[in-house]
Design a binder for this molecule. Structure first.
Ligand code: PXP
Length: 238
């Protein structure tokens, strides 16, 4: 079986920059360091409040990285316009609430079919592959397939928060969702809250293509450097 691919989310390199309004640390330099270490893609979230990644970061990354750019975004008019202009390789549509610390739950693809349908089609129209970030629920996977997305990204946040039997139960739900997604013709990605310590069991998900991991890698990088932190995660995925 092919190794699971790693998309490194570098939002929090930008968080550090925005905290002081400086020009450093460079988000592009961080992306290139991740690539040197073997990352298969670079992920950034252009939030509506622009709290970390900025429009110019997305443009620069799109033209400067050698791997694939995965843009996470809410289904909002302003951010969609940016995405259609930049044409990332992939867009992962996520729910967004302004006050949240990070993406809290999966997208309600089932409940928002009518508003998502045009967005999925518009992105695909400029050649962007579309993924929907969903909780491991049968009706959300079915909606993603019906909307014509190419991938789902399964939300691993609950698995990461739980321990013991609850974590095992959530892992089972993720495995079932991955099977359902594959059977419906969807590619399977996963992510959120993953660390060197908790990622192991997630590798049991069937049909897993890419894991998108950010916060824990950037945090580890404080002690060992970004390339070493990415290599450490890649070693876990082998
Ligand atoms: N996948 C999605 C859809 C996300 O929104 C995020 C957080 O931006 C991640 C993956 C990465 O999560 P973490 O930073 O917890 O690794």
């Amino acid at each position: 079986m092919d190794a699971i691919r790693l998309g490194v989310n570098i939002d929090h390199v930008a968080t550090l920059r925005q905290a002081r309004g400086t020009t450093y640390p460079s988000v592009l330099a961080a992306a290139l360091a991740c690539e040197r270490a073997g990352a298969h893609g670079i992920t950034v979230h252009l939030r509506e409040d622009r709290r970390h990644i900025q429009d110019d970061d997305v443009r620069l990354l799109r033209h400067s990285i050698a791997t694939r750019l995965n843009l996470e975004m809410a289904n909002s008019k302003d951010v969609l316009a940016r995405a259609l202009e930049v044409k990332p390789h992939e867009v992962c549509l996520v729910p967004e609430r302004r006050a949240e610390l990070t993406t809290e739950g999966g997208l309600d693809a089932d409940g928002q079919r009518s508003t998502l349908r045009d967005t999925v089609a518009a992105l695909q129209g400029v050649g962007t592959v579309v993924s929907l970030f969903v909780d491991p629920e049968p009706r959300q996977i079915a909606a993603a397939a019906e909307l014509g997305a190419e991938y789902v990204e399964l939300h691993t946040g609950a698995y990461c928060r739980y321990a013991g039997a609850a974590a095992e139960g959530e892992l089972r739900r993720l495995m079932d969702a991955a099977e359902q997604a594959h059977a419906a013709g969807l590619g399977v990605n996963a992510g959120h809250g993953l660390t060197l310590e908790n990622v192991g069991p997630i590798l049991r998900l069937p049909w897993l293509d890419t894991l998108n991991i950010g916060h824990s890698i950037v945090a580890h990088a404080i002690f060992v450097g970004l390339e070493a932190a990415v290599r450490a995660m890649l070693a876990k995925l082998k």
